[in-house]
Design a protein around this ligand. Structure first.
Ligand SMILES: Cc1cc2nc3c(=O)[nH]c(=O)nc-3n(C[C@H](O)[C@H](O)[C@H](O)COP(=O)(O)O)c2cc1C
Length: 303
């Protein structure tokens, strides 16, 4: 067994496999399928200060090698999370990380403060990259000043590990990553979904109620991998890679490109046991190539 431990800020992951927000519920939904404590970190659903109903249906559509979604951060709000969901999931023996969203800086800060008081939540992932809400969300993540201001404000209010999730819907993602690092992020995660759309030609209507939505799955992997590689070269903080990871080989590609850990999203909908399979696959790869530790291959791509 190779050493699969990695560190993200003060966070210690038993292995580099995490679940991507919005694709793994609160972890408890998967307890019938796998031992969820085997996962390195569970990023729970996007959480906002106030309850959100999400967008009208239809809000999901299949595409070649991927899917479009426009869920729109449906959740019951951070107070409900703290009072009702947190007590149910805090026993899970792994890192539980809350994905925090907002439509104003004050919302992000207040939500982060409430999460800060929950002992078993070891980090937050700040979502400044959601393409599916009208106000805020992605707006913060697509300019360096927007990204810098929200990260700066949350950093002052939150003293545990702060991961910032970046949007791929930008011209220069490395520049945004540098701004986020300069304002106190402990890590960056990428990519969130790519803005896309699909049309029903018989009805001459969009497939999603919101017209546009976020593309995920294998279709986005080459773009995600390229961005992870660019960002890993641009910052010193650890990078968490995601976008279209379906198996261990995809995960190894991201790690070689510079990711210290990876997240799995859309693949959970196809196989609820995929995370443990990827962990086993990474271990087998390290053994086969006689590496002692996962750290030996982070950013080990030879150009
Ligand atoms: C149905 C669905 C819901 C999502 N909800 C969130 C969310 O609440 N917050 C967030 O930061 N990302 C959310 N995402 C984006 C994923 O966490 C991930 O960044 C993206 O899907 C790319 O990874 P993948 O190709 O492995 O799915 C969602 C994705 C999907 C498919």
């Amino acid at each position: 067994m190779a050493d699969l431990n990695v560190n993200i800020g003060d966070l210690r992951l038993k292995n580099p496999v995490m679940t991507a927000s919005g694709t793994f519920g609160y972890g408890e939904e998967f307890e019938d399928f796998i031992d969820v404590s085997r996962i390195g970190g569970i990023i729970v659903k996007g959480t906002t200060l106030h309850k959100r109903e999400g967008n009208p249906y239809p809000r999901m559509a299949e595409t070649p090698a991927g899917m479009l979604n426009a869920v729109g951060l449906q959740n019951k709000g951070v107070h409900y999370f703290a009072d009702h969901i947190y007590p149910r999931i805090k026993h899970i023996d792994t890192n539980i990380i809350v994905n925090v969203s907002g439509s104003a800086i004050e919302d992000y800060v207040e939500t982060a403060q409430i999460i800060n008081s929950l002992d078993k939540i070891s980090a937050i992932e700040l979502n400044i990259s959601c393409p599916n809400v009208k106000e805020g969300g992605m707006a913060f993540g697509v300019t360096t000043t927007g990204a810098a201001s929200v990260v700066n404000a949350v950093r002052k209010a939150y003293d545990k590990t702060l991961i910032v999730k970046l949007s791929p819907n930008v011209t220069d993602i490395a520049e945004i990553a540098r701004a986020v690092e300069a304002n106190g992020a402990d890590s960056v995660s990428l990519i969130n979904t790519l803005l896309g759309m699909a049309i029903d030609v018989e009805r001459r209507k969009p497939l999603l109620s919101t017209v546009t939505g976020g593309l995920s799955g294998p279709a986005v992997k080459p773009v995600a991998l390229r961005m992870v590689w660019q960002v890993a070269k641009a910052v010193k903080i650890p990078v968490i890679g995601m976008g279209g990871i379906m198996d261990w080989k995809d995960a190894i590609e991201f790690i070689l490109a510079g990711a210290s850990a990876i997240q799995i999203g859309t693949a959970n909908f196809i196989d609820p046991t995929v995370c443990v399979k990827v962990e086993d696959g990474i271990n087998n790869y390290l053994n086969k190539h006689k590496y002692q530790s996962i750290k030996d291959i982070i950013g080990a791509l030879e150009i």
